[in-house]
Design a protein around this ligand. Structure first.
Ligand SMILES: Nc1nc2c(ncn2[C@@H]2O[C@H](COP(=O)(O)OP(=O)(O)OP(=O)(O)O)[C@@H](O)[C@H]2O)c(=O)[nH]1
Ligand SMILES: [Mg+2]
Length: 299
């Protein structure tokens, strides 16, 4: 096949928080490029995930969930989602099939009215819909949110019914060169992946307000004294002393558990033994400080 027949395009995954955009991204790419969690607002910046196929390439853009922003970080997240939605070649609205559309879904729908790219509707989490007949009225209600080319009920978590979505996206790709080399699946470097893995383990281990206040930064990432190992020092930032106490846990138990879970996944990523040294620091209101957002990579 000549280069001119190659087809490619950017496909943005949009929707309110927690509907499964990042889970769907990982499925479509075939490997974990984005962290996921049951906490809303897990994704904080756009993440590119590349699906390589015979004669084509799909660049998926995972985005932060549309939510009422309450601080500067939230505003940046929302702006990022809007920008990606406006610039994509195709847009997929991801929704949660376990309930009817909410006000937050409606707001994404209103935004989509101004987006010219073809729009597809995904109704996700169908594995959790009981009885099955409950799904149809929800699909009908979601379809009213915007003008969609097609609708795809599926389960990103279980990998059910993804093929019709992929074929539909493929049929709408335009002629164009690949954006990424065949061995690249994401635009994120190893440092970011490691920070995100650690943040995911924090999200899974904590509740209520703590997850939203957490940011992770690597201070050191270098070969260890034994060259077959890596040495990583990471700082976890929170906004309050009380959050630090929760994160550290009794006798340091919570932080140890987070560190162990993260280390196992980082070792798999790097394919080497890792020494992971994790510290928690308080940085009051970092989510409302432009300098700290920049320092933490959220600009
Ligand atoms: N049962 C079920 N759970 C799912 C499915 N897809 C995602 N989830 C779960 O829903 C939660 C949210 O998933 P994410 O992929 O992090 O959601 P998101 O839309 O990226 O969320 P934000 O990044 O916060 O906007 C996680 O606990 C996932 O495991 C699905 O198809 N079925
Ligand atoms: Mg996400």
């Amino acid at each position: 096949m000549s280069q001119s027949e190659f087809r490619s395009g950017f496909i943005a995954l949009l929707g309110k928080p927690n509907v499964g955009k990042s889970t769907l991204l990982n499925r479509l790419v075939g490997t974990k490029v984005a962290i996921t969690s049951p906490k809303p607002q897990t994704t904080r910046r756009r993440i590119l995930g590349v699906r390589h196929g015979e004669g084509h390439q799909m660049v998926f853009v995972d985005t932060p969930g549309f939510h009422p922003a309450e601080n500067m970080l939230g505003q940046r997240m929302l702006e990022s989602a809007r920008t990606e939605g406006r610039e994509a070649d195709q847009v997929v609205l991801v929704t949660d099939g376990t309930h009817m559309p909410t006000e937050e879904d409606r707001r994404v729908g209103e935004f989509l009215a101004g987006v010219r790219a073809p729009k597809l509707l995904v109704v996700n989490k169908v594995d959790r819909v009981q009885p099955k007949e409950a799904l149809l009225p929800r699909i009908v209600a979601y379809q009213e949110l915007a003008e969609f080319e097609e609708v795809f009920p599926l389960s990103a978590l279980e990998g059910q019914n993804l093929e019709p979505l992929i074929q539909s996206l493929l049929s709408r790709l335009s002629p164009g060169d690949p954006y990424f080399p065949p061995d690249q699946v994401s635009d994120q470097n190893q440092e970011i992946l490691i920070e995100e893995i650690l943040r995911e383990k924090v999200l899974l281990a904590t509740r209520q307000e703590v997850p939203h206040s957490v940011a992770v930064r690597l201070e050191e990432f270098r070969p260890g004294d034994n060259p077959s190992t890596w040495f990583i020092r990471a700082l976890i930032y929170v906004e309050r002393e009380g959050q630090k106490a929760i994160l550290v846990g009794k006798g340091g138990a919570t932080l140890r558990k987070i560190g162990t879970q993260a280390r196992i996944e980082i070792e798999a990523l790097l394919d080497k033994k890792v020494f992971l040294d994790v510290w928690v620091k308080v940085k009051p209101d970092w989510r409302d400080r432009a300098d700290w957002l920049r320092a933490l990579g959220y600009d």
